[in-house]
Design a binder for this molecule. Structure first.
Ligand SMILES: [Zn+2]
Length: 213
């Protein structure tokens, strides 16, 4: 079974991806991990990607697609796969479908949907420890002593990316880039909507049901 997990930033994809892949007994990957791996191993794709990043230019979709396809080929015969947060754009989605070939495309797309108000609340409350990188949340999992990490006593702060203006920008990029992908899969009738504005346990249960149905 070939599954794609999609959802806006703050929907909890990272939390759920590993559990769902584990339940399905298939390998999983996020495109961000592939980028880091290719950089680390200094592959030709990694070098190509870096040449764009160094010029401050957006890495073309084709490079991301090549990395994902390379990973899929290496992991075939494992009963399927789970892609976490990929494809992000319509170009990536149609290229993926084309690369996979007729009859072996994506079987199911799990879309974790969360209202924008909830996403803003979740994302803009995040704090991180500068020393041990523990993650906190001002509202949902605050540190015991203000400004101090529970684990190591280091200073906690808000990442640039998690400030309200950045959060709004990230959600806007998501809306323009990825919402067409949702519609693309919805038209293929392989998309399952999962209500992500729920308890982590409930969301997980709905995801498990969606892959079994
Ligand atoms: Zn810490």
């Amino acid at each position: 079974m070939r599954v794609v997990l999609l959802g806006p930033p703050g929907a909890g994809k990272g939390t759920h991806a590993a559990r769902v892949a584990g339940e399905m007994s298939v390998p999983m990957v996020a495109s961000g991990d592939l980028f880091r791996e290719h950089q680390k191993n200094d592959t030709s794709l990694g070098r190509l990607a870096r040449s764009y990043m160094e010029r401050g230019v957006l890495v073309p979709d084709q490079i991301t697609i090549d990395m994902v396809m390379d990973w899929i080929v290496k992991n075939e015969n494992k009963g399927g796969f789970l892609l976490d947060g990929f494809p992000r754009t319509l170009t990536q989605a149609s290229a993926l479908e084309e690369s996979l070939g007729a009859g072996s495309g994506i079987d199911r797309v799990l879309y974790i949907d969360v209202p924008i108000k909830v996403l803003i609340r979740r994302l803009s409350g995040r704090q991180v420890c500068g020393s041990c990188q523990s993650i906190y949340h001002l509202e949902f999992s605050p540190v015991k002593s203000i400004g101090e990490c529970d684990n190591c006593g280091g200073g906690v702060y808000q990442r640039e990316d998690d400030k309200k203006e950045s959060v709004l920008r990230r959600l806007e990029v998501y809306r323009t880039e990825t919402e067409p992908v949702i519609e693309y899969y919805r038209n293929l009738k392989i998309l399952v909507d999962v209500d992500g504005d729920n308890d982590v346990k409930d969301v997980e249960m709905t995801l498990m049901e969606a892959i079994k149905s």
